[in-house]
Ligand binder design. Structure first.
Ligand SMILES: [Zn+2]
Length: 197
């Protein structure tokens, strides 16, 4: 097997890339500047060594804690709970939200054996019990697992004196925050609803 075959094989395992797109990228790299190919390869290597998980919110970051957690201009009384760092990025891109985040790093999924201890849920409640938090916005995806996770969190928060809200308006059912356009996400944030307990 040649290097070219190996590169195509590895690229085609990446999400969203089939064999065809993988070949297109491999042939493009073959013709591209050496500098571009080298810096791409170095950056991919550094991704694994330099990017860490923020010990507070769970976002990917190079500085610990991350720049969102240490930003003194952000609203420290509101936490938005998301499944993955890419969801945090989607919400940030709306410029509608100025509070803090908490990344769960997954969703509850009994079928796959994912329970509350496998996610960053305990850490979330430590932050809530820390005192400053007044509102929790649950922004899990509108999928079966996302709903299950949201209901679990809402249940656990019942006894606490918190305003608990969920993203509502505009999000397509079965969709993914990552693929929602900015306007849809912005409207979903504005239209979040209080959950009566
Ligand atoms: Zn952080």
């Amino acid at each position: 097997m040649t290097v070219l075959d190996r590169v195509i094989g590895r690229l085609s395992k990446l999400p969203g890339l089939g064999k065809k797109s993988a070949s297109r990228i491999a042939y493009y790299l073959l013709k591209a500047d050496q500098a571009l190919v080298s810096s791409l390869a170095m950056d991919i290597m550094e991704l694994k060594s330099k990017i860490k998980t923020c010990p507070i919110c769970g976002n990917y970051t190079e500085e610990l804690p991350c720049s969102i957690c240490t930003d003194t201009h952000r609203d420290k009384e509101t936490i938005c709970v998301v499944e993955q760092p890419k969801d945090l990025l989607s919400i940030e891109s709306t410029h509608e939200y100025h509070g803090l985040y908490h990344v769960l790093m997954g969703v509850l999924s009994p079928i796959d054996g994912v329970g509350p201890d496998d996610l960053r849920i305990r850490k979330l409640f430590e932050r809530i019990d820390g005192g400053e938090i007044r509102e929790v916005i649950i922004a899990t995806n509108p999928t079966v697992e996302g709903e299950t996770t949201a209901l679990y969190l809402i249940n656990q928060m019942k006894e606490k004196s918190l305003k608990v809200t969920r993203l509502a308006l505009g999000l397509p059912v079965g969709g993914d925050l990552e693929y929602a356009d900015r306007l849809t996400l912005a409207r979903a944030l504005q239209g979040r609803q209080r959950i009566e307990s």
